[in-house]
Design a protein. Structure first.
Length: 552
């Protein structure tokens, strides 16, 4: 009882904790350093927190790079500390004994889950309006459906509240939410239309004709369309301007998806190739020969690293977008018509009336699917995972279905990014902030980390690249390098050059007057010293002559 030598002053052996329970600064600093190192490894992407600055000679650029590195390091540390506030974990199905997870049916799941989860499993039988396309909002709260024969509806699928419903009485090929649930776009028979949440027509985009597929870039406010004419077009929904019209030269296109990481669009063509596009470049950034037949579906994961494609050759291939190499290849019973990748990396494949979900498909080749589902008597048209929910939405020839896929959704959402429980006031505030933070189309590039980097190529290589680019744009002309003087093109200098006539006359008058006064003063000094004529050159003997005159 208190006689141990190691228990002096209420301390334990090997501990830096005092009676007050406050840790010593040394141990706290060590733990912070360990957290920072762990955060740098886990949350650092592409070496952001380790920018090499030895070769940077510009002091201003070096200070900026140090600030970027410090910000990235602090963000990684804050992300590591925030893990304590994200206790939720995604759960997956686990089979016991001889059971297989892909044999579990939705009926069995519905009988064994809670009431709230069972409400997420439903079927909307709409056989009279053809195959349905569908889309979820970014927060997963609202659903938009569009039937091939002209039926369009929006609703809060969790609460079961209908937003609007209308019949356009013409073909509907695709539907897409815009920045939030207040506006959506519909690709109809001839033109593309934009409607509000009441079903009222706001715009008719007559430059987007016979569109087959729609995509919306939320951070750039760009609506991308591609159709029978083979033109990829970008429409700015915040200003109403047509940003770009790109000719793919591949004919009709009805397969398009976006890379959520860098906003690059992936188009699947009839010759088996997949091309990658940005709005500022008229040619594809990358062309990949993926299949021996027309490409049916393309999907890219949330991290922008992996891509899945299917074609009429009956193959499904998984690709690594960092090396553009095929990781695995599978054969499907019938050509798969649609693909989807969840937030947690589950791959959904729809072919005929069947849907199969694959777990860890990009890590290693799987022998059997994770789950499967059969829509008896219907043909699958489109599937899509609901954000932040373990739910898969299915659009088929008989209507809409919603099934539960355990482990597919992200359990911890960022309220600043997408809030499933946002109020009307929060939605308005987020809309204003997203408009203020809007990214320009010129910043869409294949490498999204190029901003803030340093071109480490030698000066001779950079000059040669400029010469080649200039001569390519100006055939028949010789390139003459221009050496610009820093600071000579300021606004004041440009203003003075415009006023050059008046300024030069005044300047010359003042200069002549000053020079004349200077000469007169110099002559007066020489006369006072008795040096004689200015034109006569002086010699070393002149000083003796001056002394002789004084003595006489």
């Amino acid at each position: 009882m208190g006689d141990s030598k190691n228990d002096k002053a209420g301390e334990r052996p090997g501990s830096d904790v005092t009676k007050s329970g406050v840790r010593q600064p040394k141990e706290k600093a060590t733990q912070d350093a360990q957290k920072q190192a762990a955060a740098s490894k886990k949350y650092d992407r592409a070496g952001t927190t380790s920018i090499p600055m030895r070769s940077v000679n510009d002091k201003k650029l070096k200070s900026k790079l140090k600030g970027v590195e410090q910000t990235a390091r602090q963000a990684a540390l804050q992300a590591a500390r925030a893990e304590f506030l994200l206790p939720s974990e995604s759960g997956h199905l686990e089979a016991e004994g001889m059971e297989k997870t892909w044999k579990f049916t939705q009926k069995q799941l519905k009988d064994n889950v809670d009431v709230n989860t069972s409400k997420k499993m439903f079927d909307l039988k709409l056989k009279d309006f053809g195959a349905y396309s569908m889309d979820y909002t970014r927060n997963g709260r609202n659903m938009l459906i569009g039937g091939r024969k002209g039926h369009i509806a929006t609703f809060d699928w969790k609460a079961g509240k209908l937003g609007c419903e209308l019949h356009v009485k013409e073909t509907v090929r695709d539907v897409k939410w815009l920045h939030n649930e207040t506006m959506f776009a519909v690709a109809q028979k001839k033109y593309t239309y934009i409607y509000d949440n009441t079903g009222m027509e706001i715009h008719c985009l007559r430059q987007h004709t016979e569109v087959n597929k729609l995509e919306f870039l939320p951070y750039h406010f760009l609506l991308a369309t591609v159709g029978n004419a083979g033109w990829l077009k970008y429409q700015d929904t915040s200003t109403g301007k047509l940003v770009a019209e790109l000719r793919t030269k591949q004919g009709k296109c009805d397969t398009m998806t976006q890379n959520p990481y860098n906003a690059i669009l992936h188009l699947g063509h009839g010759n088996g190739t997949v091309s990658l596009w940005a709005p500022t470049i008229s040619t594809p950034l990358v062309k990949m020969l993926c299949h021996k037949g027309p490409v049916q579906a393309v999907a890219v994961d949330r991290g922008g690293i992996h891509m899945a494609t299917t074609g009429l050759d009956g193959q499904m291939k998984l690709w690594d977008l960092r090396t553009y190499k095929c990781l695995q290849a599978y054969y499907t019973k019938t050509p798969a018509s649609t693909l989807a990748i969840s937030h947690q990396g589950l791959l959904g494949v729809g072919y005929g009336p069947n849907i199969s979900m694959w777990k860890d498909a990009f890590r290693e080749k799987q022998k059997e699917p994770y789950m499967s589902h059969l829509c008896a008597g219907n043909t699958i048209h489109e599937i899509q995972f609901c954000p932040y929910e373990d739910v898969l939405g299915i659009g088929h020839s008989g209507g809409i279905s919603s099934i539960v896929i355990p482990g597919s959704g992200e359990p911890n959402f960022d309220t600043m990014e997408a809030n499933p429980f946002q109020t009307v006031k929060q939605r308005q505030e987020s809309e204003v902030h997203s408009l203020l933070d809007k990214i320009q189309p010129e910043m869409i590039t294949l490498d999204s980390d190029f901003i803030g980097t340093v071109d480490r190529a030698p000066q001779e290589v950079i000059a040669e690249e400029k010469r080649v680019e200039w001569e390519a744009n100006h055939p028949g002309q010789k390139f003459v390098p221009q050496h610009k003087a820093r600071g000579k093109s300021s606004s004041m200098r440009r203003y003075l050059r415009k006023q050059s006539n008046v300024v030069d006359e005044r300047r010359n008058e003042v200069r002549e007057r000053l020079e004349k006064e200077k000469k007169e003063r110099e002559q007066d000094r020489k006369r006072a010293r008795g040096e004689g004529d200015e034109e006569k050159p002086r010699t070393a003997l002149d000083r003796f002559t001056k002394r002789a005159k004084v003595s006489t």
